[in-house]
Design a protein around this ligand. Structure first.
Ligand code: HGY
Ligand code: MN
Ligand code: MN
Length: 418
């Protein structure tokens, strides 16, 4: 693959972005609204501009680069992903997709490729869950799904999401202007690292995504009673942390009951959090995911039943509120076939697989058909500093994305595309 014009440029861009991380944080942390995230987007805008894209930032803080077309009125092809990370995250989750999209635009412009429709390259703001408890902020906005309630969500320091967007240079008062009008976009493709082990296990370099898991996320509050750890007999305690332990183990059982889904408690706050005080209050976030809507519904039933029964056996009050109940998202069958053809042009046979991770594509699916390409993650690791994808794996992904984009930008095999 060496020698193909532009080989290595996307990977180099990923490494350059990785230099902009929050000081003192683990891994390659660059959380949305951090100063480092804000300064890193100046680099993304520079890379987009250098690729010949005309770059704007919309009211939601999305960076949108556009290549003009001979037919400006045709529905655009959008290539995108995100450049924010989780705390302690890696260098590829999201960034691989934005860098690949920019590189595809570079190559098309360098070749003077005529475009039958506009090409947009998007870095969506804030795909990862943030301190306000909401993910996919930018892609929700373009889908018209970022509500006033969302904007009013308060973070731990009392600031709202709207405050954070304003401080980031976005314009929450004009958020409605970020919405993409019906028919303006025709197709969306996202390249992303798999963040799991299947491509590597199968020895396959490219995956075509069939569906994106639905994610149900609930905040659970367990209220017991603070007591002296030394003088309170075990039988008289109302220990919120032991009730939380039962919730965590019940969630493990919900996620392990078959191969259809997974469940996690990744966030837990304990009060007063003192070694010599029986825990009084635990707030935790429980989430589970599946591409099977019935599995999610049954999991809801089991969780609600469990919360209504188990804590009270310990004299602990249990309450839950849903943070999100996103259904599974099917990828477009047309775009899956197109991506499979594109991969075939490279002499590769892709693996069809579902995504356990959520993506901006979930929000964009309400506007137009979406397709996703996966490239391998070493040891299946992600959301950790060890996250890694080899340069030639990134390059193969770029070439597959470019081949797919070319078919869509040339008007598609049968003249018109969705
Ligand atoms: O949580 C996810 O699946 C994604 O990384 N935001
Ligand atoms: Mn992620
Ligand atoms: Mn991601």
């Amino acid at each position: 693959m060496a020698g193909e014009q532009g080989t290595g440029r996307a990977f180099a861009d990923i490494m350059r972005l990785a230099e902009q991380v929050e000081p003192g944080q683990p891994g390659w942390t660059r959380r949305v609204f951090s100063p480092e995230y804000r300064s890193s987007r100046a680099l993304v805008a520079e890379l987009m501009g250098g690729a010949g894209l005309t770059v704007t930032q919309d009211a939601a803080g999305n960076l949108i680069g556009k290549l003009p077309s001979d037919r400006p009125e045709a529905p655009a092809l959008v290539l995108g992903s995100h450049t924010d990370t989780v705390l302690g995250g890696g260098r590829f989750d999201g960034m691989a997709g934005v860098a690949a999209a920019i590189e595809v635009a570079r190559r098309l412009r360098e070749r003077g490729q005529p475009l039958a429709r506009p090409l947009w390259v998007v870095d969506f703001l804030g795909e990862e869950p943030n301190a306000f408890g909401i993910s996919c902020v930018g892609s929700r906005a373009v889908a018209g799904a970022l509500t006033r309630e969302h904007l009013g969500l308060e973070g731990p320091d009392g600031r709202t999401l709207a405050d954070a967007l304003g401080e980031h240079g976005a314009d929450p008062e004009r958020i409605a202007e970020a919405r993409w009008a019906s028919g303006v976009v025709g197709s969306y493709l996202e390249l992303h690292v798999e963040q799991g082990p299947r491509l590597e296990r199968a020895g396959v370099g490219l995956g075509v995504v069939t569906a994106i898991a639905g994610i149900h996320r609930a905040e659970i509050r367990l209220v017991g009673r603070a007591d002296h750890a030394g003088t309170t007999p075990m039988g008289q305690r109302r220990d919120a942390l032991l009730a939380a332990a039962e919730v965590c183990l019940a969630l493990e059982a919900i996620g392990s009951r078959d191969e259809s889904g997974v469940a996690t408690v990744g966030h837990l706050v304990l009060e007063p959090n003192s070694a010599n005080v029986v825990p009084e209050l635990v707030t935790l976030v429980a989430e589970y995911r599946s591409s099977d809507p019935n599995w999610l519904t049954e999991s809801d039933r089991q969780l609600v039943e469990m919360i209504s029964e188990a804590p009270s056996r310990r004299g602990v009050q249990g309450a839950m509120s849903w943070l999100s109940q996103e259904p599974p998202t099917a990828c477009s069958a047309d775009l899956m076939r197109l991506l499979t053809r594109a991969v075939g042009q490279l002499g590769e046979e892709p693996l069809a697989l579902s995504s356990g991770a959520g993506h901006d594509a979930v929000q964009i699916a309400s506007l137009c058909p979406v397709g996703m390409l996966f490239v391998p993650s070493r040891d299946g690791r992600s959301h950790c500093p060890e996250e890694w994808t080899e340069p030639d794996q990134v390059e193969l992904g770029v070439r597959a994305l470019e081949a797919a984009a070319l078919e869509l930008l040339s008007g598609g095999p049968n003249g018109e595309w969705a």
